[in-house]
Design a protein around this ligand. Sequence first.
Ligand code: ZN
Length: 271
Amino acid sequence: MFYSYNYVAMKAESSSSDTITFLGTAGARIMVANQILASGGLWLNLSGTEILIDPGPGCIVQSSKRKLRAEKLSAIILSHRHLDHSADINIMVEAMTQGGFKPHGWLFAPADALDTEPVLFSYLRSYLEGIEILKEGKSYSIGNIAFATPIRHIHPVETYGMSFKTAEHTFAYITDSRHFDGLCHSYGAELLIINVVFLEPRPPIDHLSLPDAEHIIAELKPKVAILTHFGMSMWRAKPWEIAQRLSQQTGVKVLAARDGMRFDLSQLNNT
Ligand SMILES: [Zn+2]
């Protein structure tokens, strides 16, 4: 009797909380190729709806290690087809659908991740409930969770960031992009996750640098900003120290993501 009461209480608690688990914080080739940091993407649990974003190399290892259960996923979202965001898409679809024996779940991806050279093997398509193509300015839903892809990023392949709305919170994910006017205006939210690859701007390469991130945070003033997807220059400069400095400079609480870090969106209520 006592046991079942506790079980119900535990279930209620776990299904009402909103969390984001960082299955990796590595960005760019050398960090990912050497696994200096992990590169498994983001695992969302939003009031019990579980969503995986950008399953890069090692996602299956990082998620299993943390007892995150792929078969509970309702959807997998790819911001773009680059390997550090999509390498484990096939195994994660296989795991989500238990080898195809329990077909379910949705895949969201830009058209160019699926057309001429699809990142998903064709035999896995039938394991899914469906595939939705991401487009600029469109909104989507997964259960009671809504998300939008407000603007196409400037990056060598078709790329979209996302802004999410849950019953209680909003958060945005600014994935890989060159900085451009209009990028930050699309991502107003309580929590902002930003992929910051470079410490200093490297103009020919379409990635955000630390000064870009500072500009975006100062402009959008979220309650909390989380830096992630670190290239070697960011990693050597100690992202946690950078985050502390940025907090002082912008007045926004800035955190540096760590591999395995779980951010509970209820923390936004106290900020
Ligand atoms: Zn990329």
